[in-house]
Design a protein around this ligand. Structure first.
Ligand code: UD1
Length: 348
């Protein structure tokens, strides 16, 4: 049996990708996750959904010695790595830049050392649309030159891509795809797994669902004076299950490449732009529930408008997003509703 390693397998995108790997491939999947921003129960939920128990190596990827030891316990050949594990809160990265540079870059370098050591030739990197910075050309294509990173988080993704490109250029026998995610939202259709922010959410959708559930008194819309049709920021919101599927197709694409060394980047979005107000209105309409909200100040570091040109992923990876904003917001609410029920049961 050949193995695919998924780092950050208990995380939001990692857990959804594991489910798609189980459903769409025959590979053995092993996760590496130290639960720094996730919970081991995610693997119980993956088992409920798929009937498969995922083995997890609980190790800090920044600790190379511990990582090497953990990987040495994997006896089957490792065909590829999907590297999700990283810190991802933009605002936090502005306050704690060193922890982002350390965690996100050290972990990538260590995973690449493991690839060299174990001759692992296929690698998918979680990049981000934030690599583009505040660009004028919209929608962004993969050729759009980067503007300066707006946060240390975004900078770690720019540097991460450069590290991977340098490694491939050095002649390493590796095939690498960096996937630039736009704004992942939604949850698995079962409502059993989804985004589980610890503490106060930073991202829009968890805040919307928590405000609708009464966990937060209201949502603050960060700025309504942007140069957009309704004054609020525009983003490309992509369903996490579509995003998960992009990883499976990217992996299959890498397996099919005959050259020993390859590096490329792909936008993974829907190609649609929706404003914060549109998201709130759509959420209220499809879920028939109010989202208490007020207009507030702009958030530092926010880009007014960003959405993807997705032709390259469609043409090369044969992937495109299928699920609508409406579906994403219904799935996000189903997940939040199940969380609320779980919390009530826990209290009893
Ligand atoms: C950013 C990054 C993205 C990264 C993600 C990880 C950019 C362009 N994108 O997404 O690559 O993967 O963080 O966290 O840097 N909003 C509110 N009220 C809230 C929360 C958000 O109005 O309480 C608004 C924001 O101003 C923004 C939109 O909602 O316009 C989306 O925000 P968010 O979900 O935080 O994602 P990004 O900042 O776009």
């Amino acid at each position: 049996m050949q193995t695919i390693i998924v780092t950050g397998g208990a995380g939001y995108i990692g857990s959804h990708t594991i489910i798609e790997l189980i459903n769409q491939t025959t590979y053995d999947v092993i996760s590496i996750d130290n639960f720094s921003n996730s919970t081991p129960q995610t693997f119980d939920r993956i088992e409920t959904i798929t009937g498969k128990r995922i083995r997890n190596l609980n190790v800090d990827i920044c600790n190379l010695e511990a990582l090497e030891f953990a990987i040495s316990s994997v006896k089957s050949p490792i065909l590829g790595i999907i590297h999700f594990a990283a810190f991802k809160a933009v605002g936090d990265s502005v306050l704690n830049p060193l922890s982002y540079y350390h965690n996100n870059l050290e972990s990538l370098v260590n995973m690449l050392k493991i690839c060299k050591l174990k001759n692992i030739q296929n690698f998918i990197f979680s990049s981000s649309c934030s690599v583009y910075g505040n660009v004028d050309q919209l929608p962004v294509t993969e050729e759009t030159p980067f503007a300066p990173a707006e946060s240390p988080y975004a900078h770690t993704k720019q540097i991460g891509e450069e590290i991977l490109n340098d490694v491939v250029l050095s002649g390493a026998k590796m095939k690498v795809a960096a996937l630039r995610y736009f704004n992942p939202i939604g949850a698995h259709a079962t409502g059993l797994i989804g985004e589980l922010p610890l503490g106060v959410p930073n991202n829009l959708i968890p805040f919307v669902t928590q405000a609708a559930a009464g966990i937060r008194s209201h949502l603050t819309v960060f700025g309504s004076d942007y140069p957009t049709p309704d004054g609020t920021c525009l983003r490309d919101y992509i369903h996490v299950v579509d995003l998960a599927e992009a990883h499976v197709l990217a992996l299959k694409f890498l397996f099919g490449i005959k050259e020993p060394s390859y590096y490329d980047v792909f936008n993974i979005g829907t190609g649609n732009a929706n404003s914060v107000k549109e998201v709130i209105d759509t959420f209220e309409r499809v879920n028939k529930i109010k989202v208490p909200n007020v207009i507030g100040e702009r958030r530092q570091g926010d880009i007014p408008t960003l959405w993807a040109d997705v032709k390259k992923a469609k043409n090369i990876l044969l992937w495109e997003a299928k699920l609508s904003l409406e579906q994403s917001l219904m799935d996000a609410w189903r997940w939040q509703s199940k969380l609320n029920t779980a919390r009530v049961i826990e209290k009893i």
